[in-house]
Design a protein around this ligand. Structure first.
Ligand SMILES: Cc1cc2nc3c(=O)[nH]c(=O)nc-3n(C[C@H](O)[C@H](O)[C@H](O)COP(=O)(O)OP(=O)(O)OC[C@H]3O[C@@H](n4cnc5c(N)ncnc54)[C@H](O)[C@@H]3O)c2cc1C
Length: 213
């Protein structure tokens, strides 16, 4: 136990926090439920040898013991922040399950992300490796994101150019480890929708071939 009285930091077994089920223990673990107290978070960070941001744990190989401060992102919420003439701008908090977010968008009639359904993990991790599946990458619908700069202790907004998306790659993969905490991601989902079925595995699917006949 330790840290600021406003921040509850504990030791935590991480075996259930990574999809490989690797046995791992965080000496200092913090659940981020809210983005209201990020300055206090920045204040405690220098007490640790570093920061590890953890989402759904589906793309990490955890060491048996982690001495850095592990921040588990658990913020939730999806909001329609703007309705433009040709698109919906939808914002999801970083701790939202990616697949849940995609399903919610489809239910609301905000289309475009369907090919990315079932990708494990959280919304906050999606820009990190620019997730993609079946011929679509999240960068095609990405609008902007809100991140906390752990070094400077300030909130910043980043557009597609800042994020430098490439195939399974982004600016964040080359930045100082633990510097950027993604808080929320916005997607621009056009009103006019066409399913993207050109990817070979989809194009060869018997149901899709029939539908296109
Ligand atoms: C069975 C399986 C299938 C998969 N299929 C696909 C696929 O089809 N396409 C694809 O692209 N990927 C796929 N992946 C990879 C994985 O789903 C993605 O990389 C996903 O985005 C990881 O999300 P996560 O929340 O689990 O991230 P984690 O594993 O928790 O973290 C991954 C990285 O992102 C960082 N990170 C996480 N959240 C934040 C945040 N809020 N702010 C800053 N940094 C953060 C972590 O520090 C870490 O470096 C698959 C993985 C599995 C296990």
């Amino acid at each position: 136990m330790g840290g600021s009285p406003l921040l509850h930091i504990t030791e935590q077994d991480l075996t259930c926090y990574n999809t490989l089920g690797l046995k791992s223990t965080a000496r200092s673990f913090l659940r981020l439920h809210s983005t209201a107290n990020l300055s206090a978070l920045t204040d405690v960070v220098p007490r640790f040898p570093g920061v590890v941001v953890l989402g759904g744990g589906s793309n990490v190989v955890l060491a048996p013991q982690i001495d850095e401060l592990v921040i588990h992102v658990e913020t939730r919420g999806v909001t329609l922040v703007d309705q433009q003439a040709d698109a919906f701008i939808v914002e999801a908090q970083a701790g939202e399950s990616w697949h849940h977010f995609v399903g919610l968008c489809i239910d609301q009639g905000w289309k475009g992300l369907e090919n990315l359904a079932l990708i494990p993990g959280t919304v906050g991790a999606a820009p990190i490796q620019n997730i993609g599946a079946y011929g679509v990458e999240q960068s095609e619908f990405f609008h902007s994101l809100v991140a906390w700069d752990m070094q400077r202790g300030e909130q910043v907004e980043m557009g597609p150019g800042d994020c430098q998306f490439a195939y399974r790659d982004s600016f964040f993969k080359h930045a100082d480890p633990g510097r950027w905490l993604i808080l929320a991601v916005r997607y621009r989902l056009p009103h006019e929708w066409r399913p993207q079925l050109a990817y070979p595995d989809l194009a060869r699917h018997p149901g899709i071939a029939l539908a296109g006949a």
